[in-house]
Ligand binder design. Structure first.
Ligand SMILES: [Zn+2]
Length: 76
């Protein structure tokens, strides 16, 4: 089974549908068993959904900053 760290590292690609079928299944399986990662992916999905509605569209760099911020909170 994937570690939580691996799930977090791939979560953004999961939301972008940018994973192979087997990778997606592995993550979904982890999410079934791990409520921490489930909550993380849910929050990430909300955040990604909110980005297009911001007054100024986020640049790629800003999105990466947000992702780094989420990842560092996750590791606290
Ligand atoms: Zn997990």
């Amino acid at each position: 089974m994937l570690s939580c760290r691996e799930v977090v590292n791939h979560a953004d690609r999961l939301l972008e549908d940018d994973l192979s079928f087997s990778a997606r299944i592995a993550i979904k399986f982890h999410l079934l068993l791990c409520r921490h990662c489930r909550r993380y992916v849910k929050q990430l999905r909300r955040l990604v959904a909110a980005i297009p509605f911001m007054h100024n569209k986020a640049t790629d760099e800003e999105v990466h900053k947000i992702m780094d911020c989420i990842h560092s909170h996750r590791n606290l």
